[in-house]
Each structure stands twice: as C-alpha cells, then as structure tokens.
Design a protein around this ligand. Structure first.
Ligand code: PDD
Length: 284
C-alpha cells in the first residue's frame, strides 16, 4: 500500500484523513503541482516550487513550510513507494474553517497533502501512436495561470473528447487555441518552426513548455510565441502537447483532420527525445 503525506505525517493511504471543512474540499481553495519522476529522481523540481509560490502569492495563501522540507517530503515518498518512473502530486490548501465565502487566512493552518503515482513515462502509447484531440470552447475562469484544483471544466472537456472518440480536448477562446485540458499546445509549420501562444492569465505557465522551449532554442528550432487559430492548427504539419505527465505528446489529429499522416511527426518525436535526454541530466 502507498505511503502518502498528510499535514505533517507519513501514513498508509487507507489511513489518510483530511477535514470535511478543508477549503480545498469545499471551495477548490487549493493549489497543486505535479512533478515527474525519472530514474527515481525529480524532473524540473525548482521550477515547480517557484510556480507553487507564485500560485500561493496570487491567492494570498500561506506556504508555511520551507522549500528544503518540501523537497525532502518528495524524496521520502519517492523512496518509500519505490517510484522509478511516475509522478509526485502536491496539494496545498488554505486550510479548514467553518464554511463561509469570506475567509481569514491568518486564522487557518494551511493543509498539505502529497502522494505518488507509479507510471511509465517513456515507452507510452501516446509516444508511439500520438494523441487525437478535438477543439472545445474554453469555459474556464480568467485565471488559468494559477494552478488551482478547480479542474471540473477541463475534466468534463476531456470526457466530452473521449465520448467523441478522441483522447483529449484543446480549449478555444475567440477562435484561438488556449491549451489542452492538462497540457500546453504547440503546432509545427511546414518549415519546422514551432508555434505556441504567449503566457497570459488565460493559460497555465507550463514548466515542461518553458524547459522544452529552452532546449529547442539550443538546437536551432525556430520558436514563434503567438496565438494561433483553430484553422491554423487544422493545417499544421504537426502538433504536440507538453506536460509533466507526458513530457512531449505528439498530436496526430485535430477535429478528425490527420496531421503528419496520422503518425507522430518528426519534429515532435525529436523534441520528445531531446527533452527526455536533457531532463535526465538535471534530475534532483
Ligand atoms: N497539468 N496546462 C494545464 C491546464 C495543465 O493542467 C498542465 C499540467 C499544463 C502543463 O504544465 P506542466 O508542464 O508544468 O506540467 C498545462 C498537470 C500535469 C496535471 O494537472 O496533472
């Protein structure tokens, strides 16, 4: 049985308890991070910590624990649960209080929960076959840059995509692709340039996105950071998504239109290999 971390204690998952008054549970008043584990070590961990602090700052949430202690909890769970490949999920909530829309952050103790997931990340069906995506209207709130646990709409969008025979949805606002339900979206031009929309309050500032763009720049791939339309995506040579749970996931069809002959494209495949090889050099 997995060991999880709940508010200061390492416990078997069946014994883990949180308060029914936790605002994370009642209001999705919580933020989270998902860090990938490769070779039993953490991928891009400092960037995940930076984003956790940014999310907390935007919401006026307290982070009462040090970065070193958070790293230690991550490592302890990876070791105790024997994770060679997979992920660590970390959730910080504002804390527990009688249910009220108003809250007093100082009067609450923040909640902290972490758990691991064992998962193959390298040799995956997505890497071999790619993803089919469909475009769906983006009905999320206006602060998608904050990594909160308000994930109902992306979850419903993914289910809608699956019901239509696809694997995931790309969310659309004003005719432009925002991002995937839980990943950042890229298209590739026939010249091999990669296009992804610039950071804003409308998308999550993906850690994998940032690292991939850094690696791509060093290999001479041209990067255009600009909004792109659904029509442009339909006509792209290739497409892919990035996230801590998939690294680089090739997209082989958008709204039923095949890209790169319905197979993972060469640019996405090469960037995926490059991302994995470089990340392995920087594990923590
Ligand atoms: N999702 N966009 C959204 C809406 C996301 O939820 C995620 C991550 C990303 C990619 O961010 P990163 O590269 O930092 O993982 C983009 C995580 C993996 C999840 O919710 O499971």
């Amino acid at each position: 049985m997995r060991t999880v971390y709940v508010n200061g204690d390492y416990v078997p998952e069946s014994e883990a308890r949180i308060s029914v008054f936790d605002r994370g549970f009642l209001f999705a008043d919580a933020i989270y991070e998902v860090a990938a584990v490769l070779d039993g070590k953490l991928v891009d961990f400092p960037a995940h910590l930076r984003r956790l602090h940014r999310s907390a700052g935007e919401l006026g949430m307290r982070v009462d624990i040090s970065d070193d202690a958070l790293l230690d909890i991550h490592r302890t769970l990876v070791e105790r649960n024997g994770i060679e490949q997979g992920q660590v999920y970390m959730q910080l909530t504002r804390g527990a209080a009688d249910r009220d829309f108003a809250f007093d952050t100082d009067a609450m103790t923040p909640g902290l929960v972490l758990f691991t997931l064992k998962k193959e990340l390298i040799d995956t069906p997505v890497a071999r076959n790619g993803l089919k995506v469909v475009t769906i209207e983006d009905l999320r709130w206006g602060r998608c840059d904050i990594k909160t646990t308000q994930l109902l709409y992306p979850s419903l969008a993914k289910m809608q995509a699956k019901a239509s025979g696809a694997d995931d949805a790309w969310l659309v606002r004003d005719g432009h692709i925002m991002e995937g339900t839980s990943n950042n979206a890229f298209i590739v031009t026939s010249e091999g340039a990669i296009i992804t929309r610039p950071l804003s309050n409308g998308i999550l500032h993906g850690i994998t996105r940032a690292t991939l763009m850094e690696y791509a720049a060093t290999t001479g791939v041209r990067i255009e950071e600009r909004a792109f339309t659904v029509a442009e995506a339909h006509q792209a040579a290739e497409a892919f998504v990035t996230s801590a749970s998939m690294f680089v996931g090739p997209v082989v069809s958008i709204d039923g239109i095949n890209l790169s002959d319905g197979k993972p494209g060469p640019v996405a495949t090469q960037l995926r290999q490059h991302y994995i090889a470089e990340s392995r050099k920087r594990l923590l």
